[in-house]
Design a protein. Structure first.
Length: 362
């Protein structure tokens, strides 16, 4: 057996916590040495290993046979293909199981998470996000959890736009949960992949979903929460990402939208950066490639203005700003009409909105 196999074997020993296992590895130098020199181990660890070794070894051999049959790779924390970003995180699993074609160490990786009760607002955002990311940074890897809602919509939007995507599962690779997402999971094997820390036969128990969140957050550069209620698993992932020193983003929503409440709170408390597009995320992360800066828009020498736009524009003095309220009085337009016209003038690069609800010509 290799060191990778012994690391998996160590993780199968009940009664030895992750921290205890780390101490044993530091003391003995390797997992192989732990099992080959049990007399040198602390008494409790020695008893646990000796009493469980035969069954754990049988289970390890069974898992290896399953992996070989199904083309699954068992990666240890020491392997080059193991998610490098995850390696330094607290309680990073000693081994993971992976089947797919995408690199787990892509140059840029984003976790996209959120509620299982996604709204049309969230669905549209997932589609636009992945479409634009495929254009801006096509080598980007999107990581999610294959669950209902935001997860599956993010995966499918990636597949639609030829963007690699990996699902982190809360069970073994001998099954797919939910089963209705099986077709998507199969498609991802050729255009992404499936990753888990759990051996075959592990059921999708509730606690496993919470634990897998640390992998989603840990193997990515940043976490984007698309929609979330006041409480939910996506917020746990966001919190973990923050503790790992990773950037957290959130899509804002209306104050009355139940499934934007969690996102709005993340933004309000400073735990997440507000983002409304792929462009904003890429800019904030500093991922724009040299030479791909958008060309600055220039106002036409003779822009075509509607009568209402011309009426408002003519009221703006040259060289100084004007309060929007003064424009209301000068033009006789309503506030809604004024803001709509100002937006159009901004798009034509004729005006600039300033702090204090003021506006000026460009």
């Amino acid at each position: 057996m290799t060191e990778t196999h012994y690391l998996f074997l160590l993780s199968r020993i009940k009664g030895i916590s992750h921290n205890t296992a780390l101490q044993l590895l530091e003391q003995m130098g390797s997992a192989t040495a732990v099992f080959e020199n049990t007399d040198a181990l602390p008494e409790k660890a020695r008893k646990e290993i000796l009493s469980q070794r035969a069954e754990a070894l049988r289970r390890t051999e069974q898992e290896l046979a399953f992996c070989e049959e199904k083309g699954i790779r068992m990666l240890s924390i020491h392997d080059a293909d193991y998610p490098t970003r995850l390696r330094t995180c607290a309680e990073a699993p000693f081994t993971v199981f992976y089947k797919g074609t995408a690199s787990l160490n892509a140059k840029r990786t984003i976790a996209v998470v959120g509620t299982r009760k996604i709204t049309e607002y969230g669905r549209a955002f997932c589609q636009d996000l992945c479409k634009d990311l495929a254009s801006l940074i096509p080598d980007c890897l999107i990581v999610s959890g294959l669950a209902y809602g935001v997860d599956i919509h993010a995966h499918r939007a990636c597949l639609k736009n030829s963007l690699p995507t990996v699902a982190v599962l809360a069970h073994g690779l001998d099954r797919i949960y939910p089963t209705m997402h099986r077709a998507t999971a199969v498609e991802m094997l050729n255009r992404g992949g499936l990753l888990t820390e759990y051996a075959a036969g592990t059921a999708p128990d509730k606690g496993n979903f919470v634990r897998r969140n640390r992998i989603v957050a840990g193997m990515t550069d940043c976490t984007l929460v698309v929609e979330s209620a006041e409480h939910g698993g996506a917020l746990i992932t966001a919190e973990l990402a923050g503790t790992y020193g990773r950037r957290v983003f959130a899509l804002p929503g209306r104050s009355t939208d139940a499934y934007s409440a969690g996102c709005n709170r993340l933004i309000r408390t400073g735990h997440a950066t507000l983002v409304t597009s792929a462009e904003e995320l890429v800019e904030t992360m500093g991922w724009r490639e040299k030479g791909t800066q958008p060309a600055p828009q220039q106002a036409s020498l003779f822009p075509e203005l509607t009568p209402t736009e011309a009426k408002l524009y003519d009221q703006l003095p040259t060289g100084e700003s004007l309060p929007v309220n003064d424009l209301l009085r000068r033009t006789g337009l309503t506030y809604a009409e004024t803001t709509a016209v100002l937006f159009e003038l901004q798009m034509k690069n004729l005006v600039e909105l300033l702090p204090g609800n003021r506006v000026r010509r460009i």
